[in-house]
Design a protein. Structure first.
Length: 257
C-alpha cells in the first residue's frame, strides 16, 4: 500500500494483518480496529481542534480592533507542540491514544491564530476555507465509497510522487528564503502562484483518498484498536494541510481584488 501522507507508510500496519486470519479464536473482535471507530475518533479530534481554534481566534478579536499579534504566541506554541507531538506519534504508534488529542489541540491553536490573522485582512475568507475543506472531505469520501474514485496502484504512485515533489519545492523555498533566494512566483498572487496553489490543493485533497484506502485496508486486516487513534491522527494531518492550502489559495485570489 502507498500513501502520500507521511504519517502512513507501508510498515504502519504490516505487522497487524493477522488478527482475522490467525488470532480470531484468541482475541475479541472488539480489540480490532474498525472504520466506524476511526471515524468517531476523527470527529473527536476535529472538535478538539475547533475548540482550540476558537480560543486563539478570540484572542485576536477580543478588542475593538483586531489584534493578530495577541494570538501569535499561542499559535506559535501550538505549531511547535503539534510538530513535536506528530513526530512522536509517527515513531510511537502505541502512544496515539494519548497524544492524538494533544496534537489536535495544538494544531487548533495554530490554525486559529493563522486564520484570525488572515480573516482580519480578508473578512469572510475563513468560512470559505472551512467550507471548502469539509466540502472536499465529504465529496471525496462519497466518491470513494461509491467507487467513483479508486485507489489503484498507479493512482497511489502518482499522488505519492506529486506529494513528494511539493514537499521538495517547499523545502527548497524555505531553505532559499534563509539565504535570500526564495523560489520566485509560487508564493505570489500572479497566475503562476495561483496555478501552483491550485495544484497543491488538488494533491492535498487526493491524499484523503489514499488515507481512506489505507484505513479501510487496515481495518480489514484486523489491526489493533489503538490504531484507530493513529488513523484519525493521520487524517487530521491531511485535513490541516488541505485547509492551509485552501486558505493560501483564497488569500492569493482575494489579494487580486
Amino acid at each position: 500500500m502507498r500513501t502520500g501522507n507521511p504519517t502512513l507508510n507501508d510498515k504502519t500496519f504490516e505487522n497487524f494483518g493477522v488478527y482475522r486470519r490467525d488470532l480470531a479464536s484468541e482475541q475479541s473482535p472488539t480489540d480490532a480496529m474498525t472504520i466506524n471507530g476511526t471515524a468517531q475518533k476523527t470527529l473527536f479530534l476535529l472538535f478538539l481542534a475547533m475548540g482550540a481554534a476558537c480560543f486563539t481566534w478570540s484572542k485576536t478579536f477580543s478588542a475593538v480592533e483586531a489584534d493578530p499579534a495577541a494570538a501569535m504566541p499561542w499559535a506559535l506554541g501550538g505549531l511547535v507542540v503539534g510538530a513535536i507531538t506528530g513526530l512522536v506519534i509517527c515513531f510511537k504508534h502505541t502512544w496515539a491514544p494519548a497524544l492524538a488529542p494533544v496534537y489536535a489541540l495544538a494544531e487548533g491553536l495554530f490554525l486559529g491564530g493563522v486564520s484570525a490573522s488572515v480573516e482580519s485582512q480578508y473578512p469572510g475568507i475563513v468560512i470559505q476555507a472551512v467550507g471548502g475543506t469539509f466540502g472536499t472531505l465529504a465529496g471525496l469520501l462519497l466518491a470513494y465509497q461509491s467507487g467513483l474514485i479508486k485507489a489503484t496502484e498507479n493512482f497511489k504512485l502518482g499522488i505519492v510522487a506529486a506529494t513528494g515533489g511539493i514537499c521538495l519545492v517547499y523545502l527548497m523555498s524555505m531553505i532559499g528564503s534563509f539565504f535570500g533566494f526564495p523560489i520566485p512566483y509560487i508564493h505570489a498572487a500572479g497566475p503562476i502562484g495561483i496555478g501552483f496553489s491550485l495544484v497543491v490543493v488538488v494533491i492535498a485533497a487526493l491524499n484523503l483518498v489514499l488515507d481512506f484506502d489505507y484505513i479501510e485496508q487496515a481495518a480489514e486486516r484486523g489491526s489493533p484498536k489503538y490504531l484507530e487513534w493513529y488513523g484519525a491522527f493521520a487524517l487530521m494531518v491531511t485535513l490541516v494541510w488541505l485547509y492551509m492550502e485552501i486558505l493560501r489559495l483564497l488569500s492569493k485570489l482575494r489579494s487580486r481584488d
